[in-house]
Design a protein around this ligand. Structure first.
Ligand code: 7TS
Length: 461
């Protein structure tokens, strides 16, 4: 369905120029730094230079589409900065789900009546929208799952358990979310394959200089995150795809954080699998996507058994439905898929390029503002990183920080962010993380900085 208004109309190009500077973000504590003057590239001190980003759309109008954002928490206007965990939902998505239940609800594919046809059309047209959104060549490449986690498990079970054995290697990275670690640990345990990790550099980007040591003739699959849920770092997937191709390995990309934030084109990436979640890109919970090359899907065994995924069933045997339905056992999340379709319409109206630009500028601005706080450590500083800012303030536990910020109506996440191996690389058990989306404002970032300063004062810093 269409948004109720043109969410992209009246756009002005963001008048925000990122000044040349030495990277402000440190991997060590900022305690030695002046709170008002930061080192410029020439070594002269300067304060925040760039100013707040100008959104390329009418931000107030966009925010009115998100009912949850206009609430108050503890008497203060909500500042929602936990977008890496899940995004808020616009009215257009909520309305699409409601309308589906009011006008089209029936089970899909089997009904020989009009209502059933409506449900099937709504569900299958959402699949086509997803295919177009990530530039998949064939809509049959799109499998609806519950989310990224299920999509990765699908590959580990339906491909991995039938194709790997002792002597084979699975390569992941130290930057992964647990969803892209545990399925491979289980697969390695069950098949005898080895699980290896691409290391990180000192500045917490992927260390690609000895890639040929890690991507070898034994590597059968490389599974890596496109954009880190902790740092927001965007990894150079295309380079890694080329290396993997050279040894005949498959590539799975965890797109849980990338697909919501910038244009992702599977043809351009050249990956074999891409997993992502609807709920992080304005869609409902309970729906996600596995994109996979159709020839791989044809050759793979089913994941779950049950209705919908079969063609014929005998007492001892069965044959499988065509793809993609071979991988969608049972009644699917129909309304949620319809909601995801509406979410894609909304994102397309804004434009994924403009979403990416604004997110980047917002993240840059937050780095500048937060890096002026005494005794703060902001982790990671890859130039490609966006949408996420993990930090700690000396002497304040991240959970205390999140709780104190909550009192100010500011929602951030504290913990290991389901990335314990990465936390170990950082040498910490947890961080506080602010993560942004296109509906966030620079004023909200100013409030975050103010909230952190108040927390420091409260804790006697
Ligand atoms: N991969 C990445 C990179 C993620 O960020 C997440 C969720 C997942 C996989 C799992 O997605 P799901 O929809 O299947 O749960 N990340 C986060 C987070 O950073 N905080 O809460 C969930």
């Amino acid at each position: 369905m269409e948004p109720e208004h043109d969410v992209g109309s009246g756009a002005t190009q963001a008048g925000y120029v990122i000044a040349r500077r030495r990277c402000l973000i440190v991997s060590e504590s900022n305690s030695a730094r002046s709170t008002t003057a930061l080192p410029s590239e020439e070594g002269a001190p300067y304060a925040v230079e760039t100013g707040p980003p100008v959104p390329p759309w009418d931000l107030e109008q966009v925010r009115r589409d998100f009912p949850a954002l206009s609430q108050r928490m503890h008497g203060k206007p909500l500042v929602y900065l936990d977008n890496a965990a899940t995004s808020q939902k616009p009215r257009q998505v909520i309305a699409a789900v409601t309308r589906y239940y009011e006008e089209s609800n029936a089970n899909v594919h089997r009904a020989i009546y009009e209502l059933g046809e409506r449900a099937t059309n709504a569900y299958e047209s959402a699949r086509r929208k997803v295919a177009e959104f990530i530039n998949a060549e064939d809509w049959r490449s799109i499998i609806f799952t519950r989310g990224t986690t299920e999509a990765i498990n699908l590959v580990a079970y339906a491909w991995g358990r039938h194709n790997l054995g002792p002597g084979d290697e699975i390569l992941i990275t130290k930057m992964e979310h647990h969803s892209n670690i545990i399925p491979w640990q289980l697969l390695a345990r069950d098949t005898g394959a080895a699980l290896r990790y691409l290391p990180l550099t000192d500045d917490y980007t992927l260390d690609l200089k000895d890639m040929s040591k890690y991507i070898t003739g034994s590597t059968r699959i490389v599974a890596l995150v496109h954009q880190s849920n902790v740092f927001g770092t965007v990894n150079p997937v295309r380079d890694i795809v080329q290396q993997a191709r050279a040894v005949g390995a498959l590539i799975l990309v965890d797109g849980a954080q990338s697909v919501p934030h910038f244009p992702v084109d599977v043809m351009q990436l050249g990956c074999d699998f891409l997993a992502f979640s609807g709920h992080k890109m304005l869609g409902p919970t309970g729906v996600g996507v596995l994109y996979a090359r159709t020839d791989l899907l044809e050759s793979m065994e089913p994941f779950h058994g049950g209705g919908e995924m079969i063609s014929t069933v005998d007492l001892q045997r069965a044959t499988w439905n065509q793809i993609p339905w071979k991988f969608e056992a049972g009644t699917p999340n129909i309304a949620q898929a319809v909601g995801l379709g509406a979410a894609i319409d909304y994102l397309n109206q804004l434009g994924m390029d403009r979403i990416a630009d604004y997110s980047k500028q917002l993240t840059q601005y937050s780095r500048e503002v937060l890096s002026q706080i005494p005794h703060i450590t902001i982790y990671g500083h890859a130039p490609t990183s966006s949408s996420s800012l993990p930090f700690n303030v000396e002497g304040i536990h991240p959970h205390d920080m999140a709780q104190l910020l909550d009192q100010e109506g500011i929602a951030v996440r504290a913990g290991h962010h389901c990335a314990q191996p990465l936390m170990r690389c950082l040498g910490v058990a947890a961080t506080t993380r602010a993560s942004f989306y296109f509906y966030n404002t620079s004023e909200e970032i100013d409030r975050l900085a103010e909230g952190i300063n108040q927390a420091v004062a409260f804790m006697g810093g």
